[in-house]
Design a protein around this ligand. Structure first.
Ligand code: ZN
Length: 372
């Protein structure tokens, strides 16, 4: 789940949430829909336009959710993982885990989203045509239109949009290099963003259509920043994915016993070893971790009397990783819980402490030695 989002529910192990910005855009969208509906269907009470607009906005939200679930379910069917979906108003970010190993997997996972939107558009259109009730027709006519736009917009060949992923999978197939394919696809993404930005300026200055100007400007900005960050992220992630926690953690881990005093910990372990944290082990079992910040709570005068067991974070409260976990998972845990280090446990046996510094060094090494 991305930061700044609210969790809604979990389906087949996939956490679904909405980004905070969604709330603002939801209001903006609902308001602009009241204006559109007022033009299309006259003589309703003012409140009715608002009710219809809220229903239409919510159904748009459901459409976007179904589109993202299609990506996630296809990923699961193809043997990839799907961890979470964060919804924005026009789309979502599906956090899929495990990289597509073949271009064809990436192709089907990407293309299923727009296809789903086009199917939703067709179904909505059918409802709009068949319904006798003009208000139902109004809402479903709008849904047909917006799903068509969603499917079409997502097919724009700019990474990280679905169309960009489709393009990337094709370039990947041709060039044989996923990294080069990502760079080309992101370049096209930035070009599309500049095009949309020019369109936004045109709406503002020539057409005096402020609302369209705002929409196109926002989409251009979103696409540009996404395209720029996706190359770096892609490169980083593909490096991390090849690495397991066991490859990075130093196995020669020394530990202290729970009875060790804080003063001993500082003088015998932290300072001589240049460490900020030590695992605490009793009977070959990890019982906790003690860090510099735990120690700073003990006044210097009492450090010779206080045992490590009294200030450490105990085993129950610790988040740990297995040595065979991908390093990417460890990095996510470090970031998500704002940790400086993670104990690496093989069953209950301590393999070592994985620190942020270890991860950074490993990444810099791989950066320096990388050929692709
Ligand atoms: Zn999509």
């Amino acid at each position: 789940m991305l930061r700044n989002s609210i969790k809604l529910f979990t389906i087949r192990g996939i956490e679904v949430g909405v980004h905070y910005s969604w709330l603002v855009i939801f209001l903006l969208l609902t308001w602009s829909l009241t204006l559109v509906f007022r033009e299309t269907l006259r003589h309703l009470a003012p409140l009715e336009y608002w009710v219809l607009a809220v229903i239409a906005s919510l159904l748009l939200f459901v459409s976007v959710l179904i589109h993202e679930l299609a990506h996630s379910f296809m990923a699961l069917a193809r043997g990839l993982g799907a961890r979470s979906i964060t919804l924005f108003i026009f789309g979502g970010v599906s956090n899929l885990t495990g990289e597509a190993k073949q271009p064809s997997t990436e192709f089907v996972v990407a293309i299923v989203g727009p296809i789903t939107s086009f199917v939703l558009a067709a179904l909505s259109y059918a409802v709009a045509v068949v319904a006798d009730e003009p208000r139902v027709s109004l809402i479903f006519g709008y849904l047909a239109f917006i799903n068509l736009v969603l499917g079409g917009f997502n097919l724009v060949p700019g990474f990280p949009l679905d169309g960009g992923r489709v393009l990337r999978s094709i370039l990947w197939q041709i060039t044989g290099s996923m990294r080069r394919a990502t760079e080309y696809a992101a370049f096209v993404g930035r070009l599309v963003a500049y095009g949309l930005f020019a369109l936004a300026v045109w709406f503002f200055l020539v057409d005096s259509n402020i609302i369209s100007g705002i929409w196109f400007g926002a989409i251009a900005w979103f696409l540009h920043s996404a395209a720029s960050s996706s190359v770096q992220q892609q490169v980083l992630e593909s490096r991390l994915r090849q690495v397991r926690v066991a490859d990075v953690v130093r196995g020669d881990e020394q530990a202290v016993s729970p009875q060790t005093t804080v003063a001993e910990l500082i003088d015998d372990y932290l300072l001589p070893r240049n460490r900020r944290a030590m695992p605490v082990v009793a009977n070959d079992q990890l019982v906790g971790i003690v860090t510099v910040s735990d120690i700073t709570r003990v006044p210097p005068a009492e450090r010779a009397r206080v045992a490590v067991a009294q200030v450490m974070s105990s085993r129950d409260s610790l988040i740990s990783v297995r040595p065979d976990a991908p390093l990417r998972d460890a990095v996510e845990l470090l970031a998500e819980h704002d940790l400086e280090q993670l104990p690496v446990l093989d069953g209950s046996r301590l393999v070592g402490l994985l620190t942020r510094a270890d991860v950074m060094r490993q990444l810099q090494l791989r950066e320096a030695l990388a050929s692709d």
